[in-house]
Write a protein that binds this ligand. Structure first.
Ligand SMILES: [Zn+2]
Length: 564
């Protein structure tokens, strides 16, 4: 037994353990292992194949059903190899000629599962695969199995074949309730998987469970699962956005290399292939939670928030432009490959979208689950400097967006101007990407200059490699137009609340406010407001009407009333 233990420890040390502390736990267990009594005094179970002579005590261990049949005095009784039938089988003692009876024990269930490496193949007659599969690549179970299944497989594997039965092990934590308590029926905090999935969906639940480090215990929080449903919805909306425009234009894919890509196209493609590499790396190190984080970031931040926002104006044009085709090719390429990367984690929604999107427009396989892992095509060259520039400009735009927030200037109110001064990038490369800053941060005019502007009307935003000068104040013209739009938005909400048909006109929109800028805005844009709100007249008053609705536009108070 000491020799067996030594060999087992050696094998344990040769495996890959996740998390790494599991190696020592397993080693300690093996080093201090006691004898394992493999028999049990039970009725149900695998009968121990041991027969003993009732007279001289001679013991025989039977190795197969065939052997048992051939040695049995009464083989016709062997209708089933379990109890009670097996207990009726008698053998003839080769020593004294008396009858032998079976020892009335069954095998410990850990012995059953402990030979799974061989039994799982033998039950189908697939023993020939053993040589190919053994030792198995990967095994996973709950953390307490170092003294259970991991251990029993190891003993039988080393005894039978002299080597470890598996190469890599992942220990998993338990699933607890939201507050970290064990789920139990008596406590009433059990979450039933089927019930839960029918309400939240199977894919969001998978994403949630995979989003936690697998070796930690997981506090099951339904709100968090709902958050992952949000991630899937975001992807869904991006696909719907793509489909609606592609169908409108009766577009068909011709391959990503058939178009001239804009800076943001190059950027998202580079991000896609980086995602593919990093997700693969994460999975290979059992860090599925890292993979989920990367996928979420790509779908929500990069694809939906950034890319789609920036390309919207490119697909709004009605004519068939090269730029629009580039967006379609990019979206098709990115979404299709994203589905392949996401498929192992969210198998249902990806399969659905693969059929309704990828196969609807282009060619593919029978199912997304037969697709190979995405690799960047050799002929797809993505300018790394340009990717970096785009990345930095998005960063700068985020900073400008938070400055806007602090200053109370909403994103839908365009800022007048920004000047990008590259510190260590070529001006001509930066010019290719300047429109990204304009669209993402909503700035009317963005210029790229070698030297900073001399006027001091600018706020400076710094990111690595750039200084960006931006006018953070709204000029009066923009402000007045913005305020007029705010009034329109609120009046339209009131139209909806009043359940007016879309094309119905109202007699009058009454606007009551004492705010000077707001009055000026309404005065100046009366026609515009009237047209948008479908009011025959817009009236600005000092004394507010009864039954008007009070609104706030930033800090400005206004009362609106629709007269039908
Ligand atoms: Zn005997």
């Amino acid at each position: 037994p000491e020799e067996l233990k030594r060999k087992m420890v050696e094998e344990v040390e040769s495996m890959k353990w996740s998390p790494s502390w599991a190696l020592n736990r397993m080693k300690n267990w093996v080093e201090n292992a006691k004898d394992w009594c493999i028999s049990r005094e039970r009725y149900w179970g695998t009968p121990l194949p041991v027969w003993k002579c009732r007279k001289c005590g001679y013991v025989e261990v039977i190795g197969s059903i065939e052997e048992l049949r051939s040695k049995a005095i009464n083989p016709e009784e062997l209708k089933d190899v379990h109890r009670p039938w097996i207990d009726r089988i008698r053998l003839r003692c080769p020593k004294c000629g008396d009858e032998m009876a079976r020892e009335p024990f069954v095998v410990d269930v850990w012995m059953d599962s402990g030979v799974a490496h061989t039994a799982a193949l033998r039950q189908y007659g697939w023993e020939h695969l053993l040589e190919k599969l053994y030792p198995y690549t990967w095994i996973t179970e709950a953390a307490d199995q170092t003294r259970g299944w991991f251990y029993t497989l190891l003993i039988t594997g080393v005894l039978l074949y002299g080597v470890r039965p598996y190469q890599a092990v992942l220990l998993q934590g338990h699933v607890l309730d939201k507050y970290g308590r064990k789920m139990s029926k008596s406590r009433g905090n059990v979450i039933w998987a089927h019930d839960f999935m029918s309400r939240y969906g199977a894919d969001p639940m998978r994403l949630f469970l995979l989003s936690r480090a697998p070796w930690d215990s997981i506090n099951f929080d339904p709100d968090e699962v709902a958050r992952y449903r949000g991630v899937i919805n975001t992807l869904w909306n991006v696909v719907r956005f793509a489909i609606s425009y592609m169908e409108l234009d009766k577009w068909k894919p011709h391959g990503i290399e058939s178009v001239n890509l804009d800076a943001e196209d190059v950027w998202i493609l580079a991000k896609l292939y980086k995602l593919a590499d990093n997700v693969a790396k994460a999975v290979e190190t059992d860090s599925m939670h890292q993979a989920i984080k990367l996928l979420e970031e790509f779908i929500v931040e990069m694809l939906s928030h950034r890319y789609v926002t920036v390309v919207r104006p490119r697909v709004w044009v009605e004519e068939e432009t090269e730029s629009k085709r580039a967006v379609y090719e990019t979206l098709f390429h990115v979404i299709t490959n994203l589905l392949k990367i996401l498929a192992p984690f969210a198998p249902f929604v990806t399969e659905y979208l693969y059929h309704t999107f990828t196969l609807n427009f282009g060619k593919g396989l029978k199912t997304v689950h037969l697709e190979a892992w995405p690799r960047k095509p050799a002929n797809l060259v993505l300018d790394e400097t340009l990717v970096k520039v785009v990345e930095r400009l998005f960063e700068a735009a985020e900073k400008i967006l938070s400055l806007r927030m602090e200053a109370g200037i909403k994103r839908r109110w365009p800022l007048k101007e920004a000047v990008i001064v590259p510190l260590d990038f070529d001006v001509n490369v930066v010019k290719k990407a300047a429109h990204i800053l304009a669209r993402y941060a909503n700035i009317k005019s963005v210029k790229v200059e070698e030297k900073p502007p001399t006027s001091n009307n600018y706020v400076v935003v710094e990111v690595e490699g750039f200084k960006i000068y931006v006018t953070l104040r709204l000029d009066e013209e923009t402000l007045l137009e913005g305020l007029a739009r705010e009034v329109i938005r609120r009046a339209q909400v009131m139209r909806k609340e009043a359940d007016l048909p879309l094309d119905a006109y109202v007699a009058k929109l009454i606007v009551c406010t004492s705010d000077a800028m707001l009055r000026k805005a309404v005065e100046k844009h009366k026609q515009f407001i009237a047209g948008e709100v479908r009011a025959k007249e817009v009236e600005l008053v000092d004394v507010c009407p009864e039954n008007g609705k009070e609104w706030k536009i930033e800090a400005r108070k206004v009362v609106l009333k629709l007269e039908l």
